[in-house]
Design a binder for this molecule. Structure first.
Ligand SMILES: NC(=O)c1ccc[n+]([C@@H]2O[C@H](COP(=O)([O-])OP(=O)(O)OC[C@H]3O[C@@H](n4cnc5c(N)ncnc54)[C@H](OP(=O)(O)O)[C@@H]3O)[C@@H](O)[C@H]2O)c1
Length: 333
């Protein structure tokens, strides 16, 4: 089967498209004939070697972290899906490779594709959807009426986060370039701050939650928008000490992480706020809940662009500009 992979770390030019053996169907797996998969920054960060202190699978590293397709084979012990089911999923972090014609994945990570979405639309959802729902609900305890600042509202995570927060009854501010205003207000943003010309701390105050996809450069200003006891959840940079330990990082990585996290918590405490890092995890049952929101018309897919499988390099280059509006998709047909 045709698949995208790297045999050495480097930029997009290290991405190869070639023949790989069709994945076997292990106990508990379903094998999916892939229709589409989404590009997430983690894919090109993996190819760059940016994550090798934490996740270091052997070469060739198969690329692609989520997607949608049709189940074409069922492993032993799987009873909740059947051949022909249309599904979407996020794979395990150490077992990537959805930029391929076929992919085998534990059935527990899979959910039925929302009926009102195409494969391209459904493929845009799993990684960002799980990131957002886990960050805002599990980490930040968002409830109806919460005031939430979502950084980079026009990105993959941001466009989903605005819609999810709206569906949960939150009041939403977001940062974006002015040209994104029409889309972001349609998605549900109440306040849109043009980060090129405005400072968030000059216009926002008493927020409960900040969802950060940009990193420490926006933390001090973000804390100034929070009320006392508010929480900043970041999905960027070094994970928390517990996650680092779970991944079996070496001694030096653990020391660097501890120093970084201490600094992050200290800055939050200075502003009377909390700092949390979230590294998303795969879950079929959570995706099924997300599918219900989509089918209820509360969340739609925002697609920046689509590329065929043999153009993963070009798709990575587009993602690396940091200018995509919504999601970049790889199609298999
Ligand atoms: N920890 C986790 O589990 C996890 C999960 C998902 C994603 N992430 C990380 O989250 C980050 C964001 O992911 P993504 O998929 O949303 O990225 P993305 O789609 O590539 O984000 C692109 C968007 O960011 C906006 N942007 C860039 N700089 C900005 C700024 N200074 N202020 C406001 N908006 C800005 C751009 O809008 P303009 O062109 O208008 O500037 C563009 O629309 C990535 O680094 C990714 O690795 C982490």
């Amino acid at each position: 089967m045709k698949a995208a992979y790297i045999k050495a770390y480097g930029g997009p030019d290290k991405v190869e498209i070639g023949e790989q053996s069709k994945p076997e169907v292990r106990t508990g797996d379903v094998r999916i004939k892939m229709k589409a998969a989404s590009v997430n920054p983690i894919d090109w960060k993996t190819a760059n070697g940016d994550l090798k202190a934490l996740i270091k699978p052997p070469f060739p590293i198969m690329l692609g972290s989520d997607g949608a397709g049709i189940i074409e084979s069922i492993g032993e012990g799987v009873s909740n899906f059947k051949i022909g089911d249309e599904v979407f999923f996020r794979c395990h972090k150490m077992d990537t490779g959805t930029f391929a014609e076929y992919f085998s994945v534990p059935a527990e990570l899979v959910a039925l594709k929302p009926k009102n979405m195409s494969f391209i639309e459904a493929a845009s959802i799993p990684l960002i959807g799980l990131t957002v729902t886990q960050s805002l609900t599990e980490k930040a305890d968002m409830v109806s009426g919460s005031k939430v600042l979502i950084h980079a509202g026009a990105g993959g995570v941001g466009t989903f986060a605005i819609q999810y927060a709206k569906a949960c009854g939150a009041y939403i501010a977001t940062t974006a370039s002015k040209k994104r205003n029409a889309l972001l207000s349609e998605l549900g943003a109440n306040e849109i701050i043009d980060y090129h010309t405005q400072n968030i701390e000059d216009v926002l105050s008493d927020y409960d939650i900040v969802l950060d996809t940009l990193g420490p450069s926006v933390h001090t200003a973000s804390y100034k928008t929070l009320k006392k006891g508010g929480v900043l959840v970041t999905v960027l940079g070094i994970p928390d000490n517990e996650t680092i330990a779970e991944y079996g990082a070496n001694f030096m990585v653990k020391i660097v992480a501890r120093m970084h996290n201490k600094k992050m918590h200290k800055l939050a405490a200075k502003h009377g706020a909390l700092y949390k890092h979230h590294l998303m995890y795969a879950s079929g049952s959570q995706l099924a809940e997300i599918a219900k929101l989509i089918e209820a018309g509360k969340i739609k897919a925002i697609i920046d662009s689509t590329y065929p499988l043999d153009q993963v390099q070009a798709a990575f280059e587009r993602s690396m500009t940091g200018r995509a509006q919504g999601k970049i998709i790889i199609t298999m047909d």
